[in-house]
Design a protein around this ligand. Structure first.
Ligand code: FO1
Length: 368
């Protein structure tokens, strides 16, 4: 917890748009606050503002799926894409019809590669599902996980490359290159980690893969426990630790704190590396509900309140600043008092890339 009293920054969209680009002009330094220019000193007394005004601003973003994808599109408008490294959850990964599917890696890749389907919330834009429909005719049960025809090419390429001996991080880089992505996308680990849930369904105890819980069974089961199987043996993927150690700041994307960011921080050494950097996060909970996904069902399982305060608590040993939505402005005092971090209030509902950029600038400015 911070010892100095944090300030609440109320950030309005127009002012942020006036602040100019961070990449070269570094206009974030001119961001005003209600209380006048804030002196922002983070947990360990580091003055990040100086760093942000320097030529190189390297940022690591811890990322899950859709919320992270939207945010990252804004981040690469606020910073040169090459200065951004996304470290992505792989706990949701599964083998489907013999193919390795990595939903969060693919989400981040498709969002940054401008190939994402904003309406569906997963998979590629202009997608067709002819192969899955045909598979359903063979075996209706087997086609519960919808693999689009374009998306299938990603999984075929990944699976073949892994079989040839490429590591997951190397294949992820090759897939990112296909989408001409200027940022680095890294899996949290090259080793398998599997998010599994112990649930009770009709009085029966079941041990489910995350995708079985969420997609196959519709997230309706009563969850008793969440585990990241294999995480004790997993090491950070090559480049992850270096990227964090070299980063001016770490941004925790507005992703599920339990099953998206939780697995990343559980890989050995990652939490410690992040704790040594200035950290800002964006709340995935707005008005007491997640904007996407099932955080409202899973946060209580690990004792977290479903609110912008509860989500901040998931990272209370790491955070210097927390960005919350205007709808949660009344919670700013609780975040300051109970979590002990600086609070930024802004519109965080990323309807488009302009809002995402404004959220990214607000997050970066929180540590300047
Ligand atoms: N989500 C669904 O709700 N139904 C699906 O059939 C489905 C297929 C799918 C295929 C590839 C992929 O990368 C993601 C897919 N998702 C699907 C999304 C995914 O299950 C989750 O939303 C993420 O794992 C949570 O981050």
């Amino acid at each position: 917890m911070r010892r100095d009293r944090p300030q609440t920054l109320e950030v309005g969209t127009p002012r942020l748009h006036q602040s100019g680009g961070l990449g070269h002009g570094h206009g974030l330094a001119s961001l005003g606050t209600r209380q006048g220019p804030a002196q922002r000193v983070c947990r360990r007394g580091r003055h990040v503002g100086r760093l942000l005004r320097s030529a190189l601003v390297k940022v690591v973003a811890l990322a899950g799926g859709v919320g992270a994808g939207k945010f990252l599109r804004g981040l690469v408008r606020a910073l040169p894409p090459a200065d951004v490294t996304a470290v992505v959850n792989t706990g949701d990964d599964l083998d489907m019809h013999g193919l390795r599917v990595c939903p969060d890696l693919d989400s981040v890749t498709y969002w940054l590669g401008d190939a994402f389907d904003r309406e569906r919330g997963w998979g590629r834009r202009d997608e067709t599902f002819r192969a899955t429909e045909e598979l359903r005719r063979f075996d209706a049960e087997a086609a519960w996980f919808g693999l689009g025809d374009l998306d299938l090419a990603t999984h075929l390429f990944r699976t073949r490359s892994l079989a040839e001996g490429w590591s997951l991080s190397a294949v992820t880089g090759r897939i990112a290159a296909r989408f001409a992505i200027g940022s680095t996308i890294l899996p949290m680990s090259d080793e398998r980690v599997e998010t599994r849930l112990d649930v009770v369904a009709s009085g029966e105890q079941l041990d489910l893969h995350f995708q079985d819980y969420w997609v196959r069974r519709g997230g309706r089961d009563d969850v008793k426990e969440i585990r990241f199987e294999g995480v004790e043996a997993a090491s950070p993927a090559p480049g992850v630790r270096d990227a964090i150690e070299e980063a001016e700041m770490v941004v925790v994307c507005p992703s599920n704190p339990v099953v998206s960011i939780g697995p990343i921080l559980a890989v050995k050494g990652i939490r410690e590396a992040v704790a040594a950097r200035p950290v800002v996060g964006i709340s995935p909970i707005v008005g007491g509900r997640p904007l996407a996904g099932m955080a409202d069902r899973l946060m209580p399982v690990v004792g977290l309140e479903v609110s912008a305060v509860g989500a901040a608590r998931a990272y209370e040993d790491l955070l210097d600043a927390w960005v919350i939505d205007e709808a949660d402005a009344r919670l700013a005092g609780r975040v300051r008092d109970e979590v002990g971090v600086e609070v930024v209030i802004t519109d965080t509902v990323m309807r488009d890339d302009d809002v995402a950029e404004q959220v990214a600038r607000a997050a970066l400015a929180a540590l300047t």
